[in-house]
Structure formats: C-alpha cells, structure tokens
Design a protein. Structure first.
Length: 398
C-alpha cells in the first residue's frame, strides 16, 4: 500500500466516525524523537609534551575535539593560554614559540572541554664564536680578553651558566697564557692557538694568537762621552724595548755618526775618537732611534823637550828648546800653549817661545808647562877660555 492509499483510508474512516455522531477526540500526530545537541567533551593535542632546546624555534599544535559520543567535531576553535609568557608564547591558532628558559603549561579549551601541554625550554649550546678571531701582540705582557658568544641551534645567543662552563686552554703557554675568564697574555715571541670548549656538548672555538715584539724605543748607555785622547774608544750599548717596556734580544741595530772626522762608530757600537770636535752617534732599529753625544777634547798628558839638557860655554849663547805635547794616548797635540820658566835667571833666561840664553856661569832648570803637564831641561853655563887678549898688544921701551 502506498502512502497515498494510506491517507485515503484514514480520511474515509474519519468521515465515517463523524457521520455516526457522538463526540470523539481528535487523533494526535505521532512525535519525532529529538537528537541531543553535540557538546565538546574532550580535546587531544599533539605534540605533547614539548621540549625546546632552542629559543625562537616554532611548533604548531594540532588539536582534535570530540563530542560526548566520541565523535570528532570539526570547525571547533580552541582557545589557548600560557602559564608563563616569559618562557613560551602561544597564538590563537596554536602556534607555540620558546622565548626563555624554564617551564610552562599551555591550556587549550573549547567550551568546558580543556587540554594541557607541558612545555620545557632548556637551550642547548650548538656553537661558540670568539671575538676577536685572531690577535697579534707587539709587546710582551700585553693582554686581550676573548669574548665568547654561545648560540643554540636556532642561532639565539645563550647567557648565564652555559657561558660560565667554558674552559680555556693555550697550545703553548711559553708564548701566551689564558685565564679561566678568557684573558690572554703575551709571554714571548711565537704563535699559539687559544681554545674555548664547552665539554658537555663537545663544542670548541679557536683563536690564533701571534706574539711578535716590535721595537718601540732604544736606550743608549752612556748617552754622552768625553774623550781626552785621540784614539780612545768606548762602547755604546743599545737596549731595545717594546711598547710595554720589555727588553728585546737579538735585534739588529744600525749605527751612524754625524761627524766621522771627530768620532767613528762600528757596527757593534764601538766609538773611536779621531780628532778634537763633537759628533752625534745614532742607533736605529726599525722606526726607533736614540743618540749619544760625543766630544773629543784632547788634554795634555805629557810634554817632551828637546834637547833635555844644554851646556853653554859662552855667555850670551842661545838654544831653542822644542816642546812636544802629547795626550794620554800618546798622540801629539798641536797649537798648545806652553809656559816657560827658569829656576835661575842670573844663569840662564828663557823666552815665551823657549829660547834659552846663557847669562853667567852656573846651573839653571828650564821648565815647560801646559795644563798639568810639565817637562824640564838642565842648563849649565861654564865659560871656557877661547882667546887671550893682551893690552897693550905691544910696547917700546927707551
């Protein structure tokens, strides 16, 4: 029977009942059972829990919402909150990002249904960078502090305890040393590698260090010298120092003189007096120079007379004494002033030029003086009869 036939039969029966009279109740149409509204009762989140090893590394949460019948509900919006925004943040779409080390709880909710995700952020060192990446020292004792930058796998800088766990080492402490805080000190010329290590992660970084002292100053000793004799010598010693004041060894020093006619200097700093005058001795190494003042001023050390003795046999006779003045080195000096004197002017006199004249029988000493040097000549006057004259030379007696 079709639906139309059924309706026809129903109408016919209703008509017959009404036609028979009497009160009858109106039939009630059958009711359709109502379906209860779907309500979110559970939320499943993935991934959960979450462990970040780097800051800034994002993760997208995937949420599955189910109703009371365990059926997946679509089109549901999950609201997210974080218990600590200094550790982790979460967007309205479930985009999670680590911002600081620590722990936090993420809570997602749809209606009365909730879900939580435990989040831990603990950066793990991935790289170390050192600054500067290389260093050249020009002075022993100079220092530099190496600054480490530790980064996680996302390239975010790490601070605090991780940096404090860095260990430092030098490949050659005779060239350069390094402290536990990264302070590098130059010890001697050479090359060395400084290494920073985080043992727990087996991460290292290195810096190349070169120590090459550069001459900054030259000091001479003595800084001045007075020569009183030609031919005298003196060694001028050069001490080369770097900018830190540390003496350098094995440095090549070039020597020169401003006046070779007065003083010369050898490649080893040996200065020789040549003649009276002044000169400047210069020592040079690299760009560093130093000077020493040299003065040559001969001083009379001895006077020699020629002749050293003279015997006159006639009053009025003369002789010229010739003085030879020499310095302590035995070099003859010219242009020296000689002062003459006689011990007995009644026997012999002497002029300012050394001319001795016999005056009378006897002995005298002639002295020549220049500076503190003196010399003497012995003079004897002993007249000897050379002729006899008679007066008168003739006589006639009568």
């Amino acid at each position: 029977m079709t639906i139309i036939d059924r309706r026809s039969v129903f109408l016919l029966l209703s008509y017959l009942v009404l036609s028979c009279g009497g009160e009858t109740s109106t039939p009630t149409a059958p009711t359709t059972p109502t379906t209860p509204a779907k309500v979110a009762t559970s939320i499943t989140v993935s991934p959960s829990p979450i462990a970040f090893t780097a800051l800034g590394a994002p993760i997208q949460l995937t949420s599955t919402v189910k109703d009371q019948g365990g059926m997946v509900m679509t089109g549901q919006t999950v609201t997210w909150i974080t218990s600590d925004e200094t550790v982790v943040t979460v967007s309205s779409t479930g985009f999670v990002q680590a911002v600081g080390n620590g722990s936090a709880i993420l809570t997602g909710s749809v209606g009365s249904a909730t879900a939580t995700v435990s989040v831990t952020v603990a950066q793990v060192a991935a790289t170390i960078e050192l600054s500067p990446t290389s260093k050249t020292f020009t002075s022993v004792g100079d220092t530099v502090t190496l600054v480490p930058t530790v980064k996680d796998v996302a390239g975010t800088v790490m601070t605090g305890a991780t940096v404090e766990t860095i260990t430092w080492s030098s490949s050659d402490e005779s060239v350069a040393t390094v402290t536990s805080s990264g302070l590098v000190a130059a010890v001697a010329d050479g090359s060395v590698t400084i290494t920073a290590t985080i043992p727990s992660e087996s991460i290292t970084a290195t810096v190349s260090v070169t120590v090459g002292q550069a001459a900054a100053t030259v000091e001479l000793s003595p800084t001045s010298k007075m020569f009183t004799s030609v031919g005298d010598t003196a060694t001028v010693t050069a001490t080369v120092k770097d900018a830190g004041g540390t003496a350098m060894t094995g440095q090549t020093v070039t020597w020169s003189t401003s006046n070779a006619s007065t003083a010369t200097v050898s490649s080893s700093g040996l200065v020789t007096a040549i003649a009276t005058g002044t000169a400047t001795i210069t020592a040079t190494t690299g760009t560093a120079t130093a000077t020493a003042s040299i003065t040559v001023s001969q001083a009379a050390a001895t006077v020699e007379l020629a002749p050293t003795s003279k015997t006159f046999t006639s009053v009025g006779d003369t002789v010229t004494l010739v003085p030879t003045v020499k310095d302590a080195g035995g070099t003859t000096m010219t242009g020296q002033t000689v002062i003459w004197s006689t011990s007995n002017a009644s026997v012999a006199t002497v002029t300012s030029s050394g001319v001795v004249t016999a005056v009378d029988n006897g002995s005298a000493t002639i002295t020549a003086t220049t500076g503190t040097a003196t010399a003497t000549a012995s003079i004897t006057v002993s007249q000897a009869a050379a002729t006899v004259e008679l007066s008168p030379t003739s006589k006639t007696f009568t």
